[in-house]
Design a protein around this ligand. Structure first.
Ligand code: F0G
Length: 463
């Protein structure tokens, strides 16, 4: 038979969930009600929700069947052993510590290994990872590779950690003050870009020479493995699950949010080969999450994750996953919309600073585009720019912008079809055509930390 070019969703739909059309007037009213912060919207007022790919995926019939098999025993649940065996098989670590989501694994890990004054290098810390490192008294240091600086450079592995920077950091800080090095696969805050096997291997050698453990923040490990298969020389013939095993073979442990490449709606884990560390971590686990054979999860969650971790490594799934994200990225960038190139695995990141010609960083171009997407089409996206990462100089009060002004369109797994994506493309292009009309915003009220979740805004020019 002829090879087919059209890449389709490799599933059919057994159960549907209606989404609701709203009028522009309704959406305008909702925006005013929530002070232009889309985190405040009720989900029923959102037509296509691209706020995050975390916990928003659709489970398979196999996973739902697993839910019914969930063994809810407090200790020694069968579901735990199925979960543990799957994680050991794919990730290769002996100790598997279940947590209610990724950040709980982070908290347990960092509060066990970090001390005041320590430094944890990472290609780029995700915001909860950074916050948990800092809460332990250590410094979270981002070391993205130089190619990541140029948003429009379509280099294949812009998620790599800067190896020279890592070497310099180890020399300057001293190995005894670096309890671990972390690499986030794929690099979420850096545009969903993958990390190459060569980079993982060299980082692992460097850490090994200095006796520093290397950890992976593994949330999107399957997407990363797929990019290695597609883009890195020497891997195209290797099955993707073997690539994943090889990635983890370079690490001493990992943290995982199963809400991403676990294809589950909740859950996570921490894994390591270090017996002594695992014991300390389990003590803390019992204190705040639960007994070691369930952590922060129900038995049914453990079942869903055990199956999700297998499904996420199916080539048909990964091909569809990465292609559908690229489809969105390519259709908007062909029309001139500036995005972080190449499109990431789980999301497309729009460069809002370039997109909004009349909105300077201090008036939050990312927010301006996020508001426009909801107003025009009922689409919810997230600002990753100066609302999230900017601030004021504590002494002068002067505005300090974030490194980039991005809007992330994150794709929930197996949820939206190609026509939904076409709708998002159309909306973005309509806004692009009238980008001169986009105006800025100012903050009217904001909490001290993680202000993007709850801050209030008003359009600049309104009294
Ligand atoms: N690490 C990375 C790279 C993440 O993207 C996230 C979550 C976490 C850790 C924390 O996991 O949410 O299960 O506690 N990212 C979501 C997002 C929230 O929208 O990117 P969690």
């Amino acid at each position: 038979m002829e090879e087919m070019d059209t890449i389709i969703e490799p599933f059919r739909i057994k159960s549907v969930e209606p989404i609701r059309m709203t009028t522009r007037e309704e959406r305008e009213r909702r925006l005013r009600d929530v002070d232009y912060n889309v985190f405040g919207l009720h989900a029923r007022d959102v037509l296509i929700d691209l706020l995050t790919d975390s916990g928003t995926g659709a489970m398979s019939a196999g996973q739902w069947a697993g839910v019914m098999r969930g063994d809810e025993s407090y200790a020694g649940s069968e579901s735990y052993y199925r979960f543990e065996e799957t994680v050991q098989d794919i990730f290769g670590f002996e100790h598997v510590i279940p947590t209610h989501q990724g950040r709980a694994a982070e908290r347990i890990l960092f509060s066990t290994v970090c001390d005041d004054g320590d430094v944890v290098p990472n290609n780029t810390h995700f915001d909860t990872t950074r916050a948990n490192v800092e809460a332990s008294g250590a410094e979270a240091r981002d070391l993205p590779c130089p190619e990541a600086d140029d948003l429009s450079d379509p280099a294949p592995f812009k998620g790599d950690i800067d190896l020279e920077g890592l070497e310099r950091t180890i020399r300057e800080v001293g190995a005894d003050r670096i309890p671990m090095v972390m690499i986030t696969v794929t690099n979420n805050s850096g545009g969903g870009q993958p990390v190459s096997m060569a980079n993982l291997r060299r980082a692992s050698e460097l850490c090994g020479e200095h006796g520093i453990p290397l950890y992976l923040d593994a949330c999107r490990f399957a997407e990363n493995a797929w990019f290695i298969k597609q883009r890195e020389e020497g891997w195209s013939d290797t099955p993707v699950d073997e690539i994943a095993r090889e990635m983890f073979s370079h690490a001493d442990g990992c943290t995982m949010s199963a809400k991403k490449d676990g294809l589950a709606n909740i859950g996570g884990f921490l894994a390591t080969d270090d017996d002594r560390l695992a014991r300390q971590e389990r003590e803390l686990l019992i204190l705040t999450e639960g007994f070691p054979t369930y952590g922060g999860m129900a038995g049914r969650d453990l079942e869903a994750i055990a199956r999700g971790l297998r499904e996420v490594l199916e080539p048909d799934y990964l091909q569809y996953r990465v292609t559908s994200t690229r489809y969105l990225g390519e259709h908007v960038s062909e029309a001139g919309v500036p995005i972080v190139e190449p499109p990431g695995g789980h999301a497309v990141y729009v460069d809002a600073d370039t997109f909004c010609p009349n909105v300077p960083p201090r008036q939050f171009p990312g927010l301006s585009l996020v508001v426009a997407l909801y107003r025009v089409a009922g689409i919810r996206a997230v600002e990753i720019g100066s609302v999230m990462f900017g601030g004021e100089d504590p002494e002068t009060g002067e505005f300090r912008p974030a490194r980039n002004e991005l809007v992330r369109l994150a794709m929930p797994r197996r949820v939206y079809t190609q026509s939904h994506v076409d709708y998002v493309v159309e909306a973005l292009l309509k806004i692009w055509d009238r980008r001169d009309e986009l105006g800025g915003y100012r903050i009217t009220d904001a909490p001290e930390t993680l202000r993007h979740f709850t801050a209030s805004f008003e359009p600049v020019g309104e009294a």
